[in-house]
Design a protein around this ligand. Structure first.
Ligand SMILES: Cc1cc2nc3c(=O)[nH]c(=O)nc-3n(C[C@H](O)[C@H](O)[C@H](O)COP(=O)(O)OP(=O)(O)OC[C@H]3O[C@@H](n4cnc5c(N)ncnc54)[C@H](O)[C@@H]3O)c2cc1C
Length: 463
């Protein structure tokens, strides 16, 4: 066996939370090793958030140009996909480069290879350029993320479906993409490929898309996608797949229908990267779905061993992984920050954009929380009119007995940024009336908050 190298802090996988903590500890003069099997900077910048948002922006430009071209053939734009892929790669490469320089400048030991535990807090690494190293840490952090799940449908695996990884590398425009899954990743990919010029069918087993959202939100999303020519089928399940993605595939559905297309893309859930990590040797327990069991401090069942990000079951967003970094930084310094009660906002990058924070009507009902609800169409917001982006709405939930904002959902242009404004009010525990009466510059999209909050019904105890 190779000599055992000792570090104060060892990170297995360099996701958002882990790499941030690793760099900070190394900068502070600690002995730090980060083991990463390939994606410098983690999945967000290599295969997830950043390349998908670049693809979406390229698709938006193609869509607008096509709409302005006056083309009446009914065919979509003929996008130069090789150029789109180059654009995506160039953004990714730029960010990978920044990450690599920051890693090296921090003084950490970046170990490029695949690691697995051979004993508690001891990892063996199969180095990418050959050989092995054995690395032991006083504190060990697991930040290995998730990968796309391939549902157990006969023929699907043999069809070699695209995941988001391969879908970001297609240098020829696919003629017809069948997207399995109507969650956030599936919907973003569906609209992007439609706007680039492909035919797109979305197959969603649940009764509606974006199941985490209220029914009115999901209906508005389905309508917006249908208007762009995307065939959204809900409440149906693939039962058999024949053919091969890229050469032609047919998906049979449980209602007897068949959908044939050139490519099939799976966006139907995520699998934690825990298989093959030797977690038993580390004394690290997993839950029934394979995610690492952690407490509110992100501590695993093994001493001085922590988990970060998606593999720890944290919400599947980069900013949640980043918040895990804050929790661990606090814990290491003897502080008391935990993951309990944190409110994680998010955005879905389709058009109209979805932004959400806190409770929605479905959650409030399920939890028996009495709320006052106000909703306005985006058409009431002057800037939405100047932008020709009047689809969607804003909806706020205010506590029935106090003036605290409990949740906000927006489907419309700049939704994610407007959510941040609401989040600041929630963090500051401002009564909704403070935002209602705040002077907001005209004509900003967030001015809609003045209009929306003026419609909150009075408190029952004030009547
Ligand atoms: C298509 C797509 C789009 C997304 N868009 C958004 C978005 O717009 N906004 C948002 O907030 N979130 C988005 N997400 C989610 C976001 O990418 C993740 O939540 C985020 O990257 C945090 O991941 P993480 O920290 O858990 O680990 P990751 O970033 O996944 O990092 C895990 C790392 O561990 C490495 N690794 C795994 N096993 C080993 C091993 N045995 N040895 C060594 N290294 C290993 C991997 O190579 C990887 O680099 C998107 C996800 C997908 C799939």
């Amino acid at each position: 066996m190779s000599n055992v190298e000792h570090y104060e802090y060892v990170f297995l996988g360099g996701g958002k939370g882990g790499k941030t903590l690793a760099m900070e500890l190394a900068q502070a003069g600690k002995r730090v090793a980060l083991i990463e099997r390939g994606m410098i900077g983690g999945s967000c910048i290599n295969v997830a958030c950043i390349p998908t948002k670049t693809l979406i922006q390229n698709a938006r430009v193609a869509h607008v140009r096509h709409a302005q071209s006056g083309d009446s053939t009914g065919e979509g734009p003929r996008t130069d996909m090789a150029q789109v892929v180059r654009n995506v790669r160039s953004v990714v490469n730029g960010m990978v480069d920044i990450n690599l320089k920051a890693f090296l400048a921090s003084g950490m030991n970046l170990v490029m290879g695949t690691g697995h535990f051979i004993a508690p807090r001891t990892l063996q690494v199969q180095l990418n350029d050959g050989g092995t190293r054995v690395i032991e840490g006083e504190h060990v952090f697991i930040n290995t993320g998730t990968t796309a799940a391939v549902p157990d449908v006969p023929g699907l695996r043999d069809a070699q479906p695209l995941t988001h990884v391969e879908a970001l590398q297609l240098e020829t425009l696919p003629e017809h993409v069948i997207v399995i899954g109507g969650g956030y990743i599936g919907l973003e990919m569906a609209q992007a490929y439609r706007r680039l010029g492909s035919k797109v069918t979305v197959i969603q087993e649940a009764p509606r898309v974006a199941m985490r959202e209220d029914e009115d939100v999901a209906e508005a999303i389905e309508a917006a996608l249908a208007e762009e020519g995307i065939d959204v089928r809900t409440g149906v399940k693939p039962v058999k797949v024949t053919g091969r993605s890229g050469e032609g595939v047919t998906v049979e559905l449980n209602n007897g229908a068949q959908v044939s297309g050139s490519h099939v893309l799976v966006a139907a859930g995520r699998t934690p990267v825990t298989h093959g990590l030797g977690l038993d040797a580390a004394g690290v327990e997993r839950d029934a779905r394979g995610f690492i069991k952690v407490d509110e401090r992100l501590a695993t069942s093994a001493a001085n061993t922590w988990a970060i990000g998606e593999v720890a079951g944290s919400p599947m967003f980069t900013h949640a992984s980043f918040d895990d970094y804050r929790v661990l930084k606090s814990q290491l310094a003897g502080g008391n920050r935990t993951t309990a009660d944190r409110i994680v906002p998010y955005a879905l990058f389709i058009e109209p954009e979805l932004g959400r924070i806190g409770l929605n009507e479905t959650d409030a009902k399920a939890r028996g929380i009495a709320v006052r609800v106000a909703k306005i169409p985006m058409a009431m917001v002057p800037r939405a009119r100047t932008n020709g982006a009047t689809k969607g709405f804003m909806k706020v939930l205010v506590d029935a007995h106090s003036d605290q904002i409990l949740g906000f959902t927006m489907l419309g242009t700049n939704a994610g940024d407007v959510v941040t404004a609401v989040q600041m009010a929630m963090l500051g525990k401002l009564p909704y009336t403070a935002v209602r009466d705040a002077i907001i510059a005209h004509p900003l999209i967030s001015e809609g908050l003045n209009i929306l909050l003026a419609k909150v019904p009075p408190r029952v105890d004030n009547l």
